[in-house]
Write a protein that binds this ligand. Structure first.
Ligand code: ARG
Length: 493
């Protein structure tokens, strides 16, 4: 475990540089800023502000030296039992080894000198599998807490769908932490600081271009220094033309921006070229690292608010229902469909039936079937999205009539070999009636002969397509009726 803090000088907040190996692999050239003086140029947090900010404390130091000396990084409560921090806070930069969760305690407080700080043990450390010590790529980790912190509102990580809105170049953001507040030497605050910064355009965060904020020109990081697909740059300039930036000790803490979905975690303090220099601070880009946060359980769970979209497939005595949730941070773990309509045993009475489906791994959709229905009768289908906390309202009702009619498959692919076309198909469904035929039928656009071929299995070859352009359909005929697929237009090269 690295320490960001040295020995306490009595009554003052100070530490010696020698005691902290600073893991800034990028800061090779010690550029001095002309505007130098104080880092962060932030302000003390107000009481109750950013309650989701946690201090990462070295457990051993905590027992021997107290909270202030034990603090080494920041972290953000993103769900009742998870903290998001920087990978470099919890991975030994020399050996690449992960810290033992028992060595880390989370402290929830505004003031590290406060006497009643909520301390919670960390029980698991999960580092992004793509984290690279050399480049700081994917500098993000999730810590699991021994006890859920249910009374502090978490800060949700920014989801990709909201990235454009929240992280547009020039938009405001805030960085918070107990990190160093001076550029030369060390001065650590007891109350965490908040700095007002601006999101930098990718052109100066991986494409080397300058960026001007409030009349102050910042240098851009080049491609070899910053990978803007997983990193985001930010820095600010206050009214005194002083640069606002994160610094040592702030690592792992949040970069916060707000938008239509309220405040979100958009970045994690990762590294910089010194502090408050002419280079912006570099943060892990949270919206790009969502898959990892999701798999590590760090996405917040809230009650689903949007009902799923419902599509129905009427079958013989059966309705198949596919439900698709709206994309968002709310994790839907189950869909429930309700089907209301006549009871086949006594068609004048109404019955209510349910079926349940979980979203599949690949998509946010789930399907289930309600059987034992009266073919030809009208049923009303509604559905809800649910998770352990609760469920959405019901979707608008969709009417479905169980039917004995066949259902045509769909075209998946088409490939021409001279005048023959090979089609890949999804299976048609005869829907319990004897199958008479299933064919792909291609009609020329303009003059010429109609060509067709019988479908066997999931592909079919239609020959003699001597015209340039055809409209093709899959047609299934059973004793009960006929169904056509959506038309596919094909053109010979
Ligand atoms: N790597 C530093 C830490 O461990 C954070 C550096 C942030 N620097 C900056 N100029 N934004 O605390």
């Amino acid at each position: 475990m690295r320490f960001k803090r040295g020995q306490a000088l009595v009554g003052i907040i100070a530490a010696t540089l020698a005691t902290f190996p600073i893991a800034n692999v990028h800061g090779t050239s010690n550029r001095q800023s002309e505007l130098s003086p104080r880092v962060i140029h932030g302000v003390d947090a107000d009481v109750g502000q950013f309650p989701f900010l946690a201090a990462l404390l070295n457990t051993k130091d905590l027992q021997q030296k107290g909270v202030f000396q034990a603090q080494f990084c920041g972290a953000t409560l993103t769900s009742p039992n998870t903290l998001v921090t920087a990978a470099h806070c919890v991975v030994d930069q020399k050996t690449g080894e992960q810290h033992d969760p028992a060595d880390i305690t989370a402290g929830f407080t505004r003031n590290l000198d406060s006497l009643n700080i909520r301390l919670v043990q960390v029980t698991n450390v999960s580092v992004h599998p793509g984290y690279e010590i050399e480049t700081s790529a994917n500098d993000i980790a999730v810590l699991t807490l021994a006890v859920p912190v249910s009374d502090i509102p978490p800060l949700g990580p920014l989801i990709p769908e909201l990235a454009v809105e929240y992280t547009a170049a020039g938009s405001p953001a805030q960085v918070a932490g107990w990190g160093n507040i001076v550029i030369s030497g060390n001065k650590y605050p007891t109350i965490f600081r908040i700095g007002d910064v601006k999101i930098f355009p990718d052109s100066s965060c991986g494409e080397g271009k300058r960026n001007i904020i409030n009349g102050v020109t910042f240098n851009g990081f080049s491609k070899s220094e910053v990978d803007s697909s997983v990193m985001i740059c930010a820095a600010g300039v206050n009214s005194n033309k002083e640069i606002v930036d994160a610094c040592q000790g702030d690592s792992g803490g949040p970069l916060i921006a707000t938008g239509s979905a309220g405040p979100k975690l958009v970045g994690v303090v990762s590294w910089g070229e010194d502090c408050a220099s002419k280079y912006p601070g570099v943060y892990s880009r949270v919206s790009a690292l969502n898959a990892f946060l999701q798999s590590a359980g760090a996405m917040p769970i809230s009650i689903p608010t949007v009902p799923p979209t419902v599509s129905v497939t009427p079958l013989l005595g059966e309705i198949k229902i596919t439900m698709t949730g709206s994309q968002g941070e709310t994790t839907v773990t189950q869909y429930a469909a309700t089907v209301v309509g006549p009871n086949p045993a006594s068609p004048t009475t109404t019955q209510t039936l349910n079926c349940f489906a979980a979203p599949t791994k690949q998509s946010s959709s789930g399907s289930c079937s309600v059987t034992g229905l009266l073919t030809g009768a009208q049923y009303t289908v509604t559905a809800i999205s649910a998770n352990e906390l609760g469920n959405s309202s019901a979707s608008a009702p969709v009417v479905a009539v169980p039917s004995d009619q066949p259902i045509a498959g769909e075209f998946r692919s088409v490939k021409f070999i001279r005048t023959s076309a090979r089609f890949g198909l999804t299976p048609s469904n005869a829907n319990s009636s004897p199958l008479e035929a299933e064919r792909v039928i291609c009609s020329p656009v303009g003059s010429g002969a109609i060509r067709s071929a019988r479908v066997t299995g999931d592909s079919v070859i239609v020959g003699n397509l001597t015209q340039k352009k055809y409209k093709c359909i899959i047609r299934i005929v059973t004793d009960a009726g006929l169904a056509d697929s959506v038309e596919k237009v094909i053109r010979r090269q």
